[in-house]
Design a protein around this ligand. Structure first.
Ligand code: GRF
Length: 187
């Protein structure tokens, strides 16, 4: 099975998924798609010998270029791991039920455009939440809106800072995202 990862940043989730399937006979990360020159995830692709493509916004939004590439590579699952652009309708429709995303908060709260990185954790703390966590969900045409696959929680205390919440949430991401990817590929 072929996994394509879309990422914009450091790629720590991408790395965990690559590690998880390193010795698998059944699945592998066959492509990394990125929208940000110099992003850490491109270094990971290089180091891991995984094909990476730097996509162009106009082409991504208005053509089937990347859909064709994903299909040419028999992609079975598209995994968004910190990809900051909204997925256009043609891509969502090309892979029905086969595009998933991870969000560093408990959707439907603290979701939507702009809610990423420390902004999310700052908002959670500012709202006086006593818990946060991750949401792994199917992707549809709207931001952070598709059917939930898994949510895992962590405690938030008044002593927490965005950094300490980020650390707890990232630990959940790294623990659960590879597990869910495997579970979906085994379906
Ligand atoms: C994570 O916080 C993830 O929840 C969000 O984007 C971030 C990706 O981090 N979707 P990394 O690039 O995988 O380290």
């Amino acid at each position: 099975k072929n996994i394509a990862i879309f990422a914009s940043g450091a790629g720590s989730n991408a790395q965990k998924i690559i590690d998880h399937f390193r010795h698998s006979e059944k699945a592998r990360v066959s492509l990394i798609i990125c929208n940000k020159p110099g992003a850490g995830v491109l270094d990971i692709a290089q180091r891991e010998g995984i094909e990476s493509i730097l996509i162009e916004r106009e082409k991504f939004l208005h053509t089937d270029t990347y859909i064709d590439i994903l299909k040419q590579r028999q992609t079975d699952l598209v995994v968004l791991a910190g990809f900051l652009w909204k997925i256009p309708a043609n891509l969502v429709q090309a892979f029905p039920g086969r595009i998933i995303n991870i969000h560093p908060a408990l959707l439907p709260k603290f979701g939507g455009k702009g809610m990423y990185g420390h902004f999310v954790h700052e908002a959670v703390i500012a709202a006086g939440e006593t818990e946060s966590g991750i949401t792994i969900h199917y992707v549809n045409e709207k931001y952070d809106d598709g059917e939930t696959i898994l949510q895992e929680r962590c405690v938030v205390t008044p002593e927490d800072t965005p950094e300490t919440v980020a650390r707890k949430v990232q630990a959940l991401e790294h623990q659960w995202f590879p597990v869910i990817v495997e579970r979906l590929l085994n379906k």
